[in-house]
Design a protein around this ligand. Structure first.
Ligand SMILES: [Zn+2]
Length: 384
C-alpha cells in the first residue's frame, strides 16, 4: 500500500515552499538553482502555489549579471492563514496568534488560573473562541493550534505533569474535534528549542536549556527536534552533578534541579535573608549591587550550570547552548560566566548564549510547530 506516500510533485512543492519560507525574497531562478529542479517545473509549481495563495509576488529584484529582465520576487503569503500557540502554565494560560511568517497579531495572558482536570478543555474552548473574535481576515483562517505542556508529552499525549493533573487527558483530540484543525501538544522545553532554532538559519545543532521551577532542555540535532525513545530526552534537571547529593523526587540523589533551579535559588535566598516575599528580580538586583548572599548563590548556580553544560557539550557537540531563564535575562553576564568555565578543548568551542526571544519563546516555538505542520516543511525562519 503506497497510497499515502507523497508524489514527486508534492515533494518538490514542499521543497519550494520550504525554500521560500526560509529565504525572503526569492526568485524562480534562484529556487531552481538552489534546489536543483528545472526552471519549467519550478515555474509550474510556483504558479500553482500562487493560485492557492500560499505565496505572493512582491515586485522585481536585482537584474542578473548578464543583464536582462529583473526577476519577480516571491515570498510566503503571511495572510494565507494563522496559527494559535497556547502556553498552559501551572497557574496561567497565555495565548498568541501568529500569521504564517511568525508575525504575531495578538497575545493575551490569563493569569492566576486554576488549571483543573475537570474544566481545562472547556476553559480552553472558551478562551480560544473569544480570542478568535479578533482574528484577522486570511485565506484559510485557523490552520493549527499548539498547546505547550509543562510536563512530559509523547506522541501528542500527556503522560506526566508535576504541577497540574492532566495526565492522559485527551486535550488535543477534544480541541481538534471542536475547532476542526490539527492540535499539537508539546513539552515546553522542546518548544523553546524550536523557537531558538527558528530564529537562526545558520545553526543546525542547538540545545535550549530552560531554568525555571525545574530545569529541562530541548535538543535540535541536524535541524530536527530530538525527542528520544519515549519523549524523555532533555530531562537534564535529573543529571547527577553531586555524588550522593540531595535527594530528588525522581528517586535519585544529587540531581542538577536540586542545586540550580529558580525555585531552589529563591528558597535559599528567602531562608538566608529572612525575606519570605523575595522574588527573582530582588535577587538579581542584590547581585548587581554586590550584596551577599545573592552574589554567592548566583555564583554557585553558575558553577552547577557549568558542570551540566560541560556534560551536554560532551554528549551532543552542539554549536550553541541557549539559556532561557529569568535569572539569565536579568543578569546579562550569566551565560558568559557559564561559557568561561567550559575550559576543555572540546567544550570551549560551544557557545553559551541567552535565548534570543526571551519570555515569548515558548509561544513562538508553538507557532513554528503548527505552521511547519500546515506548510508540511521541517524548517522555517520566523519573524517574531
Ligand atoms: Zn532527579
Amino acid at each position: 500500500m503506497f497510497l499515502n506516500r507523497p508524489t514527486m510533485r508534492e515533494q518538490n512543492e514542499n521543497l519550494i515552499i520550504e525554500y521560500i519560507a526560509n529565504h525572503k525574497p526569492s526568485s524562480r531562478m534562484e529556487i531552481s538553482d538552489k534546489i536543483g529542479l528545472n526552471k519549467a517545473s519550478v515555474s509550474e509549481i510556483v504558479k500553482n502555489l500562487l493560485n492557492r495563495h500560499f505565496i505572493e509576488e512582491i515586485g522585481s529584484g536585482e537584474s542578473t549579471v548578464q543583464g536582462g529582465r529583473r526577476p519577480i520576487m516571491l515570498q510566503l503569503n503571511k495572510k494565507a492563514g494563522f496559527v494559535l500557540s497556547i502556553d498552559l502554565g501551572y497557574n496561567y494560560i497565555d495565548i498568541l496568534g501568529c500569521y504564517l511568517n511568525g508575525e504575531s497579531w495578538e497575545r493575551k495572558l490569563y493569569p492566576f488560573r486554576d488549571i483543573s482536570r475537570s474544566s481545562i478543555v472547556s476553559d480552553l474552548k472558551l478562551i480560544i473562541t473569544d480570542f478568535m473574535k479578533h482574528a484577522p481576515e486570511t485565506v484559510y483562517g485557523l490552520t493549527g493550534i499548539t498547546v505547550a505542556i509543562h510536563g512530559m508529552v509523547f506522541e501528542n499525549a500527556i503522560y506526566f505533569t508535576p504541577y497540574y493533573d492532566l495526565q492522559d487527558l485527551p486535550i488535543a483530540e477534544a480541541l481538534s474535534e471542536h475547532f476542526d484543525v490539527p492540535v499539537f501538544l508539546e513539552n515546553e522545553a522542546n518548544l523553546l528549542a524550536l523557537a531558538d532554532h527558528a530564529c537562526t538559519d545558520t545553526l543546525h545543532n542547538i540545545i535550549s536549556v530552560s531554568v525555571h521551577s525545574g530545569v529541562g532542555a530541548g535538543i535540535i540535532l541536524d535541524d530536527q527536534l530530538y525527542r528520544g525513545e519515549k519523549g524523555l530526552s532533555g530531562e537534564i534537571g535529573h543529571m547527577v552533578v553531586v555524588p550522593n547529593g540531595l535527594s530528588c523526587p525522581c528517586g535519585n540523589h544529587g540531581c542538577l534541579e536540586q542545586y540550580c533551579s529558580e525555585k531552589v535559588l529563591l528558597d535559599h535566598y528567602r531562608h538566608r535573608t529572612g525575606n519570605a516575599e523575595a522574588i527573582i528580580p530582588d535577587i538579581c538586583h542584590a547581585y548587581h549591587n554586590g550584596e551577599q548572599p545573592a552574589v554567592q548563590l548566583i555564583h554557585e548556580m553558575i558553577q552547577y550550570m557549568a558542570i551540566a553544560m560541560n556534560n551536554i557539550a560532551m554528549l551532543y557537540n552542539p554549536e550553541t547552548i541557549f539559556i532561557n531563564s529569568e535569572v539569565s535575562r536579568l543578569i546579562p553576564s550569566f551565560a558568559d560566566k557559564i561559557q568561561q568555565q567550559l575550559s576543555s578543548f572540546i567544550a570551549d568551542k560551544v557557545k553559551v548564549r541567552q535565548s534570543i526571544l526571551g519570555e515569548k519563546a515558548i509561544l513562538f516555538g508553538g507557532a513554528a510547530l503548527a505552521t511547519m505542520n500546515f506548510l508540511n516543511i521541517s524548517r522555517m525562519r520566523l519573524e517574531p
